[in-house]
Design a protein around this ligand. Structure first.
Ligand code: 5GP
Length: 215
């Protein structure tokens, strides 16, 4: 690692918030972004929703019951929390604060309510990205292909999709996910550019000082 690379490590971690209606492909995009950026951390939420087949405790979610959720909330353990559909979801505070203090970027898969709360808590560190499906037909198809929810749950999720989409203009960036590979490139461009923002590159002040002093 060059001396310049060493200096560049002194930067603020970025909080990358991804929201979308269910079935817009956000989970796939998030997984791919993390696979390409092993230095990024994923915020694992707590939820009162039962696990879906294949979901792992501590990896997809921390699955807790309602009373445990209420306890953690009362103890101030959550950075934000919200009721989505009939379940509660929240972002545990500890792991996020640890990752950010290590200078790691953290990715959040949360809804518009969580995005609003995080903005109030840490506006300077957040980049909010909204993922849209190319059309509503595709959205329903993706929900059905996933085939893990019953028809009534899918119908409910479809009816909630419009409500989630209505918050699109509260986001810094919007990606229409027609082709996953294109959407992923767009996502990587956004993260790359946001990392370059002057105020996130703490090392620049010292570097410029040494530049003008003939260093
Ligand atoms: P799912 O049950 O399909 O995993 O997630 C349902 C919705 O809850 C998604 O829109 C997801 O982004 C949102 N969600 C997941 N975790 C959190 C969280 O910690 N906080 C908030 N506010 N929303 C979350």
């Amino acid at each position: 690692m060059s001396a310049l690379d060493e200096l560049k490590r002194d930067r603020r971690g970025l909080m990358v918030v991804l929201s979308s209606p269910s079935g817009a492909g956000k989970t796939t995009l998030t997984r791919k972004l993390l696979a390409d950026n092993p230095d990024m951390a994923m915020s694992v939420s707590a939820t009162t929703r039962p696990p879906r087949p294949g979901e792992e405790e501590g990896k997809d979610y921390f699955f807790v019951n309602k009373s445990r959720f209420a306890e953690l909330e009362a103890a101030g353990e959550f950075l934000e929390h919200a009721k989505v559909f009939d379940n509660y979801y929240a972002t545990p505070r500890g792991p996020v604060e640890e990752a950010l203090s290590r200078g790691q970027d953290v990715v959040f898969d949360i809804d518009w309510q969580g995005a609003q709360q995080l903005t109030q808590a840490a506006a300077d560190d957040i980049v909010k990205i909204f993922i849209l499906p190319p059309n509503m037909r595709e959205l329903e198809q993706r929900l059905r292909t996933r085939a893990q929810d019953s028809d009534s749950v899918i119908a409910k999720r479809m009816s909630k999709s419009e409500a989630e989409i209505s918050h699109w203009a509260e986001y810094d960036y919007v990606i229409v996910n027609e082709e996953v590979s294109t959407a992923l490139e767009e996502l990587k461009m956004i993260v790359g550019s946001e990392r370059m923002r002057r105020r996130r590159q703490m090392w620049l002040g010292g570097f410029v000082k040494s530049l003008v002093n003939g260093g």
